[in-house]
Ligand binder design. Structure first.
Ligand SMILES: [Cu+2]
Length: 209
């Protein structure tokens, strides 16, 4: 395979995260505390739900979408997703309960906040600024999700083993960047040779504090 591939692994201590209590609409959402979705690790400490992207990449155009973020069984699905800058993102409600979609930048600047009261209802938004978007439902405090607005085709969310792969990247020198909600950002150089592929593994550690 040409291109770049690798694995994101947690090194160092594994944080313990408290479950998230169901604080509203127990009749629809259930009464059981929800496990925190923020840390999903394989047995080998491969880290799922990390965003990996290749800065300075050329080649393929980013996918046009539409992308979809649903609220189902009182959870956002998917939890972490890549969307393309300027492409439509359809927000939906599959539950017979009022949800809202509160989207903000990583620096907590409001992007939009819209109620979505009716089962089957949708609305569409586009994101003009690349970067991380935090999505919350303010009614159900355990409900969060993350979007990464990408201006490259070479952006991915790591799988259950922490793996990512970008096939078909033109040879050259790039920066591989990684983001995870608990472990922050990391940037490392990667060079894709004229023939064959590059392997670029990423080690993340807990942020101080
Ligand atoms: Cu909700």
């Amino acid at each position: 395979m040409d291109g770049v591939f690798g694995k994101v692994t947690l090194s160092g201590p594994v944080p313990k995260l408290a479950p998230r209590p169901v604080n509203a609409d127990a009749a629809v959402c259930g009464r059981t505390d929800r496990p925190s979705p923020s840390l999903v690790l394989s047995k080998e400490k491969g880290l799922a739900n990390a965003v990996v992207w290749l800065e300075g990449s050329r080649g393929l155009a980013p996918p046009k979408g539409p992308f979809r973020l649903d609220q189902k069984n009182c959870l956002f699905a998917p939890y972490v997703q890549i969307v393309s800058k300027g492409a439509p993102v359809v927000f939906g409600n599959s539950d017979a309960v009022l949800h809202n979609v509160h989207a903000a930048t990583a620096g907590s600047a409001l992007i939009f906040n819209k109620a979505i009261p009716i089962k089957g209802q949708t609305f569409t938004e586009t994101f003009s600024e690349p970067g991380i978007v935090r999505v919350k439902c303010d009614i159900h405090t355990w409900m969060t999700a993350w979007l990464f607005v990408a201006d490259t085709a070479y952006a991915a969310v790591t799988d259950a083993e922490g793996r990512y792969a970008f096939p078909g990247v033109p040879p050259g020198a790039y920066r591989l960047r990684t983001w995870h909600e608990l472990f922050g950002e990391k940037s490392q150089p990667v060079t894709i040779p004229a023939t064959g592929s590059a392997r670029a593994d990423v080690l993340l550690t807990l942020l101080d504090g």
